[in-house]
Ligand binder design. Structure first.
Ligand SMILES: [Ca+2]
Ligand SMILES: [Ca+2]
Length: 341
C-alpha cells in the first residue's frame, strides 16, 4: 500500500509540475479521404477553392511519435488554395510545432509549404516558413526562415518518399531582431528529450519585429516551378518539448481530453475492472492496458470486458497506476486507473 501511495504521489506531482505545459493544437486528419480540408475545420486564406488541399488516402507513421498512425493525412501540392487553423494565441515563451512529413516531389529553386502565423491569420505575419529544395540528384534539403529571405538550410541529406519527423522551435524574446528559430529533423526515432543541438539554427534574423502573436498553422501551395509536393500528418503544437512530442504514456495522458467513449469502473479497483466502449462498434479496434512505465501488459479485443488485474500470461499484476488505451479507427485515448490490493 505504501508503494501504491508513492506511485500516486509521484504521478500527481508530475501532473502538477506539468500543469503549465499545454498542447495547443493537434491535427491527425481523422477525416474522410478525398474531402477538402476546408470541409474539416480548416479555413482558406488564398486562392480559395482552386486545387484545394484534400485529405489524402493514407496516414503517416513514425516510431514512438504520439500522432503516428492515427487517421489519414493531407497532401499539399502547388498552384492552389492555402489553408490554416488557429489555436490559442501565444505572446511569450517557446512554441514547439511537430509534424510527420513525406516529400513526393521537390524542385531545385525550392519553396515553403508550411508556416506559422497569428490568430486571426494575417498575411503580413507569415513566420517559421519551412522550405524544401532539391539538388540535381533529387536529394532534399529542409530550411527554416523567419520570413522569406532569411532561410537557413540543412545539407542535401534527405530523400524523397521517406517519412521524417520535423520539429520547429520558436522562442519569442521581447524586442526586435532577437526571436530564435530552430528546426530538428529526425529520420529514425523520436527522442524523449530535446537534443542540445538543432539540425538547423537557432537563427535570429535581422529586420524582424516580434509577431503580434503565434496562433495558427498554415499549409501553403506555391508556384509549380518551385513548390514541393508533400504529405503532412500529425501536426502538434505545444508550449514545451514533452507535451508536443511525448514519448511516454504519462506525458501523453495529460494532453488528452477526457475519454468519454470508454466507461471504466470502479476506479480505483481491487479485483475486477469493468470496461465498456459506448461509441460506434464499427470504429472499435482494441483496448490495451499499460503499466506506469509504458509496458503493454494486457490486450483486450472486446468492446465490453472485465479485466481481472492480470497480464496476458495470466500473472497477477502489482498494485499501482495503469493506463487503459482505447484505440479506434480514428484515434487513441487514454484513461488512468489505479489497482489496489
Ligand atoms: Ca494521421
Ligand atoms: Ca523578439
Amino acid at each position: 500500500m505504501r508503494k501504491t501511495i508513492a506511485v500516486i504521489l509521484a504521478v500527481s506531482l508530475f501532473l502538477v509540475i506539468s500543469a503549465n505545459a499545454q498542447l495547443l493544437f493537434q491535427e491527425n486528419f481523422s477525416y474522410t479521404a478525398g474531402t477538402n480540408l476546408t470541409a474539416n475545420g480548416w479555413t482558406a486564406h488564398s486562392a480559395s477553392g482552386t486545387n484545394p488541399i484534400k485529405v489524402h488516402t493514407v496516414g503517416l507513421t513514425f516510431p514512438s511519435y504520439a500522432s503516428s498512425g492515427i487517421g489519414l493525412s493531407a497532401r499539399v501540392d502547388s498552384s492552389g488554395e492555402d489553408v490554416h487553423r488557429t489555436f490559442t494565441a501565444q505572446t511569450e515563451g517557446t512554441i514547439y510545432t511537430a509534424f510527420m512529413l513525406r516529400v513526393e516531389k521537390a524542385k531545385q529553386p525550392g519553396d515553403y509549404f508550411f508556416h506559422l502565423s497569428t490568430s486571426p491569420l494575417s498575411s503580413a505575419e507569415y513566420f517559421a516558413r519551412i522550405h524544401i529544395k532539391s539538388d540535381a540528384s533529387n536529394n532534399l534539403a529542409f530550411g527554416i526562415g523567419k520570413r522569406h529571405t532569411d532561410t537557413a538550410f540543412t545539407g542535401f541529406n534527405y530523400a524523397l518518399n521517406t517519412t521524417y519527423l520535423l520539429v520547429i522551435k520558436y522562442a519569442i524574446i521581447s524586442g526586435d531582431n532577437n526571436d530564435q528559430l530552430s528546426m530538428f529533423v529526425f529520420n529514425a526515432s523520436t527522442p524523449a528529450t530535446e537534443p542540445s543541438t538543432p539540425t538547423v539554427g537557432p537563427i535570429s534574423p535581422a529586420g524582424s519585429a516580434d509577431p503580434a502573436n503565434i496562433g495558427s498553422v498554415a499549409l501553403r501551395q506555391g508556384q509549380a516551378a518551385n513548390a514541393p509536393t508533400v504529405i503532412i500528418d500529425g501536426i502538434r503544437v505545444g508550449t514545451n518539448w514533452s507535451v508536443t512530442i511525448p514519448t511516454s504514456l504519462e506525458e501523453d495522458f495529460h494532453t488528452l481530453t477526457t475519454n468519454t467513449a470508454l466507461k471504466i469502473s470502479p476506479n480505483p479497483f481491487t479485483d475486477y475492472l469493468h470496461i465498456s466502449y459506448n461509441g460506434n462498434l464499427q470504429n472499435f479496434k482494441n483496448i490495451k492496458i499499460y503499466d506506469a512505465t509504458g509496458n503493454l501488459v494486457k490486450t483486450i479485443t472486446e468492446a465490453n470486458a472485465t479485466w481481472n488485474g492480470r497480464d496476458n500470461a495470466n500473472n497477477l499484476l502489482s498494485p499501482g497506476v495503469y493506463f487503459v488505451q482505447l484505440e479506434t479507427h480514428s484515434e487513441k485515448k487514454l484513461s488512468k486507473v489505479t489497482l489496489l490490493r
